[in-house]
Design a protein around this ligand. Structure first.
Ligand code: 3DU
Length: 213
């Protein structure tokens, strides 16, 4: 995946006019938009294809898929059929669940991102102790794309060490959650940024500033 300016916009707004206003200002600089539950549940899954058609961007569906294999397969297939280019899948569910998601994405000529560890403080309790194993499972399964936290640079660095330089890591938590873009991009291929951009008085200027840091 090629991410323009190494920034992915997390478009977690729930109003179409607002979403389009932000996209108008930011897509001259971006080619990758992360769509999650907030906008999809508010506006319906057809918003994925609408944004792709209207802005010529690639869409990562952040549905953090975390079910049994048979259900993961359906979620991945349906999401990719709605127009998403890739989908984020949790790793803690284990290799059968992740493999089902990976195989279905490949059947659609698309890709999954494996979520290893999360950026919020609460993730230290349950996810951090197994995150390195999740990353190693991904490597053993031949997964190329990963999500790892920008707020915990030491953890991001560790996950990079496990998945290797050829893997593609996207990293959420820059800005409001406390992560710094310069530190994040030492280890990640792209930063995922939401509120700092879409809640800014001037999203275009904020984005330009981030790009020039
Ligand atoms: O904190 P921000 O507003 O910049 O948004 C970060 C986005 O990344 C948001 O969509 C959130 O759901 C997602 N995300 C994390 O913040 C942390 C993770 O570990 C995984 C996804």
């Amino acid at each position: 995946m090629k991410v323009k300016n190494q920034i992915i916009l997390a478009l977690d707004v729930e109003d179409k006019d607002e979403a389009y206003k932000i996209l108008d200002q930011t897509t001259p600089y971006l080619n990758t938009i992360k769509i999650g539950y907030p906008i999809t549940l508010a506006l319906g899954p057809q918003i994925i294809q609408q944004i792709k058609d209207d802005y010529n961007v690639q869409i990562i569906a952040d549905f953090k898929v975390a079910d049994i294999d048979a259900t993961n397969e359906k979620i991945v297939n349906t999401t990719l059929n709605w127009g998403a280019d890739s989908i984020i899948v949790h790793g803690f569910t284990g290799d059968d669940s992740v493999l089902a998601a990976k195989n279905m994405a490949e059947k659609n000529n698309k890709e999954i991102f494996l979520l290893t560890e999360m950026s919020h403080p609460g993730a230290d309790r349950f996810l951090k102790p197994v995150a390195e194993e999740i990353a190693q499972m991904g490597v053993d399964m031949g997964i190329k794309n990963y999500v790892a936290p920008a707020t915990k640079t030491d953890r991001l660095a560790k996950i990079r060490e496990i998945v290797g330089d050829e893997a593609f890591i996207i990293s959420p938590g820059v800005g409001v959650q406390g992560g710094k873009i310069q530190d994040t991009l030492k280890y990640a291929d792209a930063a995922i940024i939401g509120r700092s951009i879409y809640n800014s008085d001037n999203p275009q200027q904020t984005l330009e500033d981030l790009i020039n840091m």
